[in-house]
Design a protein around this ligand. Structure first.
Ligand code: FE
Length: 352
């Protein structure tokens, strides 16, 4: 007699079965499908999703769009939204989504035990919350022929007159920049950060444009001497077998900024259960899956991000090439909350 038959035999309604299995182990859902609204833009996530379906039998219906389009859609759907899980990249966007009331309160001992407190939000007044599932770092890349690495080994030095005419960044309105500025506000205050932003604008080689990979290419071509990039864009090029990428990589060096002081800025990709989730149990089960060893390894090997779960071992040649580093020790929730001041500050500093 199996557990189900035994319970029937004892006259215990099956509805209580779910309760019996609840503990600090991952949740089990009766839902057979899950609607995932995702702003992750990485092809390699396919394996992550199909592995979940294979393990649980829960089919994933994916709605993919960039963060702004996704947010607009969730707002316009309101209480009729079919979203179960919302995934976004960058703490600035997750913070905004929480303010906009996109998430639902959830309690998962498993998630709380797996994900360090500085890589998830504090529950808001209603208890809604989100979790980081992978980390990325914001690195300095420089042109080896044009720039001495000692002149660009901190974020602060990008504002030093020694780098006049050499600095490139992506748009100041982009969350990757807003979070970096948000972190700097957290550790240095608004006045010093604004001075820094003004210095960096004065050092620019060209007006901000393009994504992180475009910055790396412009550094390799010599149009820019130094730029900032998220780590996975750099690792993608480091791992590439294409001769043009290898040529590009040979022209550049990279630096973990602020190793002797506050550490390199890190950010997260993460998500939470949607406020009106039609399949809330499956949604929690999916988030718990994302914190499992195997999903954490997918993040690392697929998109070259780092796991948030400290005990997870990874084997990614590209990440090994980057080596180890000292990370900034600031809560991603604090970085998110500074994004409005960060945007105003960049506007005042003339950072387009
Ligand atoms: Fe990205």
């Amino acid at each position: 007699m199996n557990q189900q038959q035994l319970l029937k035999f004892l006259g215990i309604p099956l509805i209580f079965m779910g309760l019996i299995s609840i503990g600090s182990t991952p949740a089990q859902a009766n839902d057979k499908e899950l609607n995932l609204y995702s702003a992750r833009h990485y092809q390699t996530d396919e394996a992550l999703y199909s592995d979940f379906t294979k393990k649980t039998g829960i089919k994933i219906n994916r709605i993919e769009a960039d963060d702004n389009a996704l947010a607009e859609r969730i707002k316009s759907e309101g209480s009729n939204s079919s979203a179960d899980v919302i995934l976004m990249v960058d703490a600035a966007r997750l913070w905004r989504a929480q303010i906009d009331g996109f998430f639902k309160p959830i309690h998962s001992k498993y998630l709380e035990s797996r994900i360090p407190a500085n890589l998830r939000s504090k529950p808001d007044a209603e208890g809604s919350t989100w979790f980081g599932f992978s980390t990325r770092a914001r690195l300095v890349v420089y042109n080896k022929a044009k720039v001495n690495p000692r002149d660009v080994d901190t974020y602060e030095k990008l504002a030093d007159p020694i780098n006049k005419g050499k600095v490139c960044t992506r748009s100041g309105a982009h969350p990757y920049m807003l979070s970096l500025i948000g972190a700097m506000i957290e550790r240095r205050g608004e006045v010093a950060t604004e001075e820094w932003a003004k210095g960096m604008v004065a050092n620019m080689a060209r007006p901000p444009r393009g994504g992180d990979t475009d910055q790396i290419k412009a550094v390799a071509s010599g149009e820019c001497g130094v730029a900032l990039t998220n780590s996975y864009y750099l690792v993608r090029l480091l791992r590439s077998n294409k001769p043009e990428d290898q040529e590009l990589v040979s022209k550049i060096g990279f630096i973990w900024p602020n190793q002797k002081t506050t550490g390199t800025h890190i950010n997260i990709a993460g998500g939470g259960v949607a406020k009106n989730a039609p399949h809330p149990q499956a949604a929690i089960q999916f988030l718990e899956y994302l914190a499992s060893d195997s999903a954490q390894q997918y993040f690392a090997d697929g998109n070259n991000e780092w796991p948030v779960v400290v005990s997870v071992k990874i084997n990614n040649e590209g990440l090994k090439l980057l080596g180890s580093f000292k990370a900034e020790n600031i809560s991603v929730a604090a970085i998110g909350k500074n994004q409005i001041s960060a945007q105003r500050l960049l506007d005042r500093a003339g950072h387009k």
